[in-house]
Design a protein around this ligand. Structure first.
Ligand SMILES: O=P(O)(O)OC[C@@H](O)[C@H]1O[C@@H](OP(=O)(O)O)[C@@H](O)[C@@H](O)[C@@H]1O
Ligand SMILES: [Mg+2]
Ligand SMILES: [Zn+2]
Length: 178
């Protein structure tokens, strides 16, 4: 069976900002995150991404810029000998009532359907409560990292069973070495 790991983007792979990540220049990997994805990939994991990007709906940046950020992610991981799987984003605003914006699980379902694997038990790594709730909604495993908004999120009422790690590197170490 495919070893699938799903990651949130901002605050997990790259630094987040309350001013949104609006350009490739603002898209800066967190320490160890690129290496973690490459190591997971080389260890046989398929690493997919599910990210809210309401900045598109808000007009802060366009799809071409978003694609350039994701091309950069792929390039950096490839330089470490790994690869990034499907990247799914929700470009909608909070008031559009779409099915893909977390905490709705639509993006997780899209990824699972793409790879033809069940979502039950799949680890979804995020820094926001909405990430964890999206996981819980489809019986995936909510995993919180303390990077990005994770420190603040940890103080909230987390879904039962949420696993907590310092950062993506710690998640990768757990999955690769256990
Ligand atoms: O963490 P992921 O899902 O990869 O992306 C989060 C971003 O889309 C942005 O999400 C926004 O929330 P609103 O969309 O404005 O509620 C804010 O939290 C921003 O700080 C953040 O950069
Ligand atoms: Mg995030
Ligand atoms: Zn959406």
């Amino acid at each position: 069976m495919l070893k699938l790991l799903i990651l949130d983007r901002d605050g997990v792979i790259n630094y987040d900002s309350d001013a949104y990540i609006k350009s490739v220049e603002e898209w800066i990997p967190l320490p160890g995150a690129i290496e973690a994805i490459a190591q997971l990939s080389k260890a046989g994991w398929t690493v997919a991404v599910a990210t809210n990007q309401s900045g598109i709906a808000r007009g802060y940046y366009d799809i071409a810029t978003l694609d350039a950020m994701h091309a950069r992610l792929r390039t950096l991981v490839a330089e470490q000998g790994g690869e990034v799987g499907l990247v799914v984003y929700c470009p909608h605003g909070p008031d559009e009532g779409c099915d893909c914006r977390k905490p709705k699980p639509g993006m997780l379902k899209t990824i699972a359907e793409h790879y033809k694997v069940p979502l039950a038990g799949i680890w979804f790594v995020g820094d926001s409560l909405g990430d964890l709730e999206a996981a819980k909604a489809v019986d995936s495993q909510p995993v919180l990292v303390k990077t990005g908004k994770g420190d603040k999120t940890q103080a909230k009422n987390l879904p039962v069973g949420t696993l907590i790690f310092d950062d993506l590197a710690a998640v990768a170490a757990e999955l690769i070495h256990h």
